[in-house]
Ligand binder design. Structure first.
Ligand SMILES: Cc1cc2nc3c(=O)[nH]c(=O)nc-3n(C[C@H](O)[C@H](O)[C@H](O)COP(=O)(O)O)c2cc1C
Length: 225
């Protein structure tokens, strides 16, 4: 993943990013889209399971249908691309896990190591939530935490490459799944619209103070920095 000459500083992008209210519809070059998706795919995940799946919506008619599933929000249609960020609840088992483990063997992980991991994951993810001394995850939390870290990595990569982004939760999951033909066992976690800002950006609404949000060692204890 090479460096683009125009990449912005991450710290600057953090301070200037806004949830883009409107996009101009200009096309997103394939090399930029590829770099954004590759960034998401490099995100960390528990046991490297990589349960995220991305449906990139660029087709005009498909964006129109997706907009309808997203409460009519115009930016879905205006954006150059909308990455529908999904999570595969079956990623910790079966073929999906085998693909992850086979890849890790190419990187020097042993078959024995992987066999142990497989047995452990089979136990953890085959029990219903609440069993296994609380080790089995709450699947909704589990999938959300993984997909959102990949989502966020892609959002920052897009911003650093000079594009504008809009994170979106305003959609009906069943409608999005129907429009994109997404099978059972896959959750739609969030939509990431990417493009170039049209018109004025959304004003900055500020953030809460550090002392209200960050604690020292124990919940509620003042963190002095
Ligand atoms: C997960 C997530 C979902 C969001 N969903 C929507 C949405 O559906 N529609 C929308 O207009 N803005 C949406 N937003 C944008 C927020 O309103 C925005 O991030 C917030 O007001 C703070 O503004 P800023 O990001 O420009 O600082 C979403 C943001 C996040 C992080």
């Amino acid at each position: 993943m090479g460096l683009f000459m125009t990449e912005r500083l991450f710290s600057e992008a953090i301070l200037t990013r806004r949830a883009t209210p409107s996009f101009d519809g200009s096309p997103l070059p394939d090399e930029v889209l590829s770099k954004i998706l590759q960034a998401g795919m490099q995100a960390p995940s528990g046991y490297n399971i990589q349960p995220w799946r991305f449906v990139v919506v660029r087709d005009k008619e498909q964006k129109h249908r997706l907009r309808e599933a997203a409460m009519g929000q115009p930016k879905v249609e205006e954006a150059s691309a909308v990455i529908v960020c999904c999570g595969d609840l079956n990623a910790p088992r079966g073929d999906s896990l085998d693909i992850v483990l086979a890849e890790s063997e190419k990187h020097g992980f042993s078959k024995e190591q992987n066999q142990k991991m497989k047995e452990m994951l089979n136990k953890t993810f085959s029990s219903p939530p609440g069993n296994m001394m609380g080790l089995t995850p709450d699947y909704a939390v589990w999938i959300n935490r993984h997909v959102m870290i990949a989502f966020t990595t892609m959002m920052w990569m897009a911003e650093i490459l000079g594009y504008d982004t809009a994170p979106m939760e305003g959609y009906f999951e069943d409608k999005v799944k129907s429009v994109l033909n997404i099978p059972d066992g896959i959750r739609v976690v969030a939509l990431l619209a990417i493009g170039k800002l049209k018109g004025a950006d959304k004003p900055y609404a500020g953030r809460r103070k550090m002392e209200e949000i960050c604690f020292a060692d124990t919940w509620g204890e003042n963190l002095k920095l």
